[in-house]
Ligand binder design. Structure first.
Ligand code: NAP
Length: 544
């Protein structure tokens, strides 16, 4: 907080920009637009060659939303809502990328976005009260404020296996997929990883290649997406219901259109329960996860019953009982990790050209020039697909050398545990804001993004109106919010399970133990906190 007493800022040269934004995905694009509308000089640095963030990098076969398209797009512009037609209930990546490019064009965003510009460092100067961002090309840019819009799932991670660079064939990570389509025809393919990305890619690749071997570590509970096209007439009816749809998303716990059923699992008869779950399983989207009985993610017995229901579905869809058993999770209950939404995933294992290898039974020992070697045998492949996930939530922040007051590194600040104010600020890092950082509400992510981006806009507007140049979270506010986040995680079965949601990634140093990386209260509660801070005149923040 020493910076608050400094006055040298009055004599320091003016920074190049009012705000620098890191990332041109859904968050960064919207933040740029709003800050520009506020009259601030804002600029975005984006590592890719195009806009879209997640929807720019993740162009693997089968990549698509698993939130309903019409609940996922931006809601801020009536003109955009009027103009854009979704073509499928769960939009495929190419359409989404087109949509985000349309947004960039329509709002003339590109003139303030610098592409192929990866930020490597962000250093705060206490005296000048400015941030200096250094790009990988060595250029430096200064600003009064910085907004990180780097995404919670955007730094791909590879398995820690010897020989990773020895493979002579093609290898691709789902999160770094090339722009030119990968030709699987006639190829022997390996997919390593069966999270949401692998589960989307596997059925498509199986249909295109000569032979597919899926290397599964821990199986996930996957449920049907039930995607369908949207014709003109249906799109018009959706358009007429946009206000109602977005209102509903505002009210639900995780901003999805699905609403938790107020009944407890054991408050209904076994027949009613079974019929309810059958309906949920047959419905599109996350209903079975986000719209289930109120206690299925907190009550062990309720969760075990639901898990048994989904296990029966898997057994019914997979012909070979031994393969079905391998696909059924035994180490965690349904919904306690992110539920992958699938289209023909289980049936893929009935195909003669698909083999499932459980690497819990026969671990991969190394990647070889020809393919890979498990404890059981050698495999030869033409293509290896790594669907092995991301260094989630803090990963993309950790890769930037962020230093706040007194030169303290953000990574160091969080060493003893993540602490934030509202998931957007950290004390000792003045004028730095995170969109979709740790401890913020995620869920149906654009809904949460719009809220955070607007909150940051309002704060900067408040400061501009009062000629304030410095804002820092008060330590007390950080302690209070962090304690609330921890309290909200209590009793959730998901917090007893290793996953990116609990901060675990065995492929990343220092991420072997669970942390409370994610806010797991409801989105309305989250917004109440943030709204109260704003309505109270930002007393939780120190301003100067
Ligand atoms: P993920 O859920 O973290 O899954 C990674 C997979 O790779 C897991 O099966 C994991 O096994 C396996 N794996 C990791 N390291 C391994 C190793 N060293 N050896 C063998 N297997 C290894 O990653 P993801 O599938 O990319 O999905 C991440 C998140 O992105 C999702 O949960 C979701 O939030 C988001 N996403 C969204 C969509 C969508 O909206 N449509 C699509 C894709 C992804 P273990 O489970 O045993 O660790």
């Amino acid at each position: 907080m020493a910076a608050l007493q400094e006055t040298d800022a009055d004599h320091a040269p003016a920074p190049d920009h009012d705000v620098l934004i890191v990332g041109a995905g859904i968050s960064g694009m919207y933040q740029l637009l709003l800050l520009r509308r506020l009259g601030l000089r804002a600029r975005v640095f984006e590592a890719g060659t195009g806009v879209g963030g997640t929807w720019y990098w993740n162009r693997y076969p089968g990549a698509r939303f698993d939130s309903e398209s019409w609940s996922y797009g931006y809601s801020f512009s009536q003109e955009l809502l009027d103009e854009w037609d979704w073509t499928e209930h769960f939009s495929p990546q190419p359409v989404t990328e087109r949509y985000l490019n349309l947004v960039a064009d329509k709002f003339d965003l590109r003139r303030d976005i610098q592409f192929q510009a990866r930020v490597s460092a962000a250093h705060w100067d206490d005296d000048a009260r400015t941030w200096t961002l250094t790009l990988e090309d060595g250029s430096r840019h200064s600003a009064r404020h910085v907004v990180t819009a780097v995404g919670p799932l955007s730094t791909p991670t590879y398995p820690r296996l010897p020989g990773l660079d020895d493979f002579q064939g093609q290898s691709w990570h789902t999160g770094l997929w090339p722009k030119q389509p990968v030709d699987f025809a006639g190829k022997r393919v390996a997919v390593i990883g069966t999270g949401a990305s692998g589960v989307q890619a596997i059925p498509i690749i199986a249909g295109q290649c000569a032979h597919l071997t899926v290397f599964q570590r821990r199986p996930n509970w996957c449920t049907p997406l039930h995607n369908a096209p949207i014709d003109k007439a249906e799109m018009e009816s959706i358009r007429a219901r946009y206000p109602e749809i977005f209102e509903r998303c505002r009210e639900t716990a995780a901003c999805f259109v699905h609403t938790v059923d107020p009944r407890g699992t054991f408050e209904v008869t076994p027949e009613e329960r079974e019929a309810f779950w059958e309906r949920r399983y047959a419905e599109p989207g996350f209903g079975i996860w986000q719209g289930n009985f109120r206690d299925v993610l907190t009550d062990r017995q309720a969760n075990a019953l639901l898990s048994d229901f989904v296990a029966r579905k898997i057994r019914a869809r997979v012909t070979d009982p031994a393969v079905a058993e391998k696909l059924i999770p035994k180490d965690h209950g349904f919904g306690t990790r992110r539920v992958p939404q699938e289209t023909g995933y289980y049936e893929t294992f009935n195909r003669p050209n698909v083999e499932l290898v459980s690497i819990l039974d026969t671990p991969i020992e190394r990647i070889t020039p020809a393919g890979l070697k498990t404890t059981e045998r050698d495999y030869a492949f033409d293509i290896i697909v790594y669907a092995t996930g991301f260094d989630a939530i803090t990963g993309s922040l950790d890769r930037i050398d962020i230093r706040g007051t007194g030169g303290r590194r953000l990574k160091e600040r969080w060493k003893a545990g993540l602490e934030t104010c509202l998931g957007m600020m950290v004390d000792g890092f003045p004028n730095l804001f995170m969109v979709m950082g740790p401890h913020t509400a995620l869920g149906n992510i654009p809904r949460s993004i719009e809220y955070n981006v607007e909150w940051i806009r309002d704060l900067l507007s408040h400061m501009a109106a009062r000629d304030l140049t410095l804002v820092d979270a008060r330590p007390r506010a950080v302690r209070d919010w962090t304690a609330f986040v921890k309290r909200k995680g209590e009793g959730l079965l998901s917090n007893e399970v290793d996953s990116w949601m609990t901060g675990v990634n065995m492929n990343v140093d220092g991420k072997q133990v669970r942390t409370i990386a994610r806010y797991s209260g409801t989105a309305p509660e989250y917004r109440d906190w943030c709204d109260n801070v704003a309505a109270g005149g930002y007393r939780e923040l120190a301003m100067d």
